[in-house]
Write a protein that binds this ligand. Structure first.
Ligand code: G6P
Length: 344
């Protein structure tokens, strides 16, 4: 009903605006469940390999976490849940299953297989005592509240917060910087008008690339997925450095290329922008702290670059939202998609 949308045109927009609170509730929830968090960390640290399994948007959160831990020397393998058969796990492995609904069939099947191999299971779901949580040795939760829009928004941002909390504890860092995540999100929401302009421009296109490097890549992937899901525009994410090995062949005048720039590897990204500009692409950037000098750029600032994901995420979601609305699509109920996929 209109009332439960609280004045917003769609649930998706309302839920994007709920992200600051969702992230904050997620962090405080994990602090109150600190014994479970410690058990999860012990399992992750003691295992030979960490296998991260998830689908869709949750996979992108899992990929981000995997990159963070890989950089610390952990042996982490992100696996798309439906591709579980490509890996054989054992008692020395731990599994981190990430699922908003806690019910996704592909994740459940992978989890059961790995559990049967004797691997320890940790879950991160947004539904208390979800089916996936019930199969797990340690149950962790995001506390984003119910999400109605089919395309995940605040639950993704909350997964990022939860995983970054885990990562900070594993590193032995002070995690209190995460208390500022909500303010970073709020400041990004002030750029809604700029995101709308980019979204409306993309809505008129039939293809787009989303490029990123390092920690930006999972967010480029999520940006492109959001666009596909609700705008029905063919958006493809690529590692920026890899784009010259094929994808750039499609780039001609006004081909839209959206760069995600979390504030690391900026010089390399700037080179990629130049490659695209040389082909007369229409370049966009969602940047943190340092500009890429694209044709259109939203420059966000954070004091602590560990918070960059919280700056960029609301913008990629708003761009998709406004591009879908401009096309006349219902972003809350995209065609062919279901919020929870309990079949294989
Ligand atoms: C469906 C939804 C996606 C979601 C994916 C994984 O495909 O449409 O938005 O990311 O399932 O869902 P989960 O509940 O496991 O996070």
């Amino acid at each position: 009903s209109a009332a439960s949308k609280e004045g917003y045109a769609h649930y998706m927009l309302k839920e994007i605006h709920e992200s600051p609170r969702a992230v904050d509730d997620t962090i405080s929830g994990l602090i109150s469940d600190i014994e479970d968090v410690k058990n999860a960390i012990k399992i992750l640290e003691e295992s030979k390999r960490i296998i991260v399994i998830a689908a869709g948007t949750s996979y992108h959160a899992g990929l981000y976490f995997s990159l963070l831990l890989q950089r610390e020397g952990f042996n982490v393998i992100p696996v798309i849940a439906s591709e579980y058969y490509n890996i054989k796990t054992n008692q020395e492995d731990s599994i981190l299953a990430i699922s908003q609904s806690g019910e996704t069939y592909d994740v459940m099947i992978a989890l059961k297989e790995f559990k049967a191999n004797g691997s320890k299971i940790i879950s991160l779901t947004n539904v208390i005592d979800s089916a996936i949580a019930r199969q797990s040795d340690v149950k962790l939760y995001t506390r984003a509240g119910p999400e109605i829009g089919v395309a995940a928004t605040k639950t993704f941002t909350s997964q990022i917060a939860a995983l970054q909390f885990l990562y900070s504890l594993i590193k032995g860092d002070d995690y209190t910087y995460l208390n500022k995540a909500k303010d970073v999100i709020r400041r990004s929401l002030d750029f809604e008008g700029e995101a709308k302009l980019i979204g409306e421009e993309l809505s008129a296109k039939s293809n787009a690339y989303y490029l990123g490097r390092g920690l930006s890549l999972p967010f480029a992937m999520e940006g492109a997925l959001k666009i596909k899901e609700i705008t029905y525009l063919h958006a493809e994410a690529y590692a920026a450095g890899e784009s010259k090995h094929g994808p750039i062949a499609l780039v001609e005048k006004d081909f839209p290329v959206v760069f995600i720039n979390l504030g690391e590897l900026v010089g390399e990204l700037q080179n990629n922008v130049q490659e695209m500009k040389a082909r007369k692409a229409k370049t966009y950037a969602i940047s943190v702290n340092e500009k890429l000098n694209t044709d259109k750029e939203i420059l966000l600032t954070v004091e602590d670059e560990r918070l960059s994901p919280f700056a960029v995420t609301p913008i990629i979601q708003l761009i998709a939202y406004y591009s879908a609305v401009k096309r006349g699509n219902d972003p809350d109920k995209p065609r062919n998609l279901a919020k929870t996929v309990t079949v294989g």
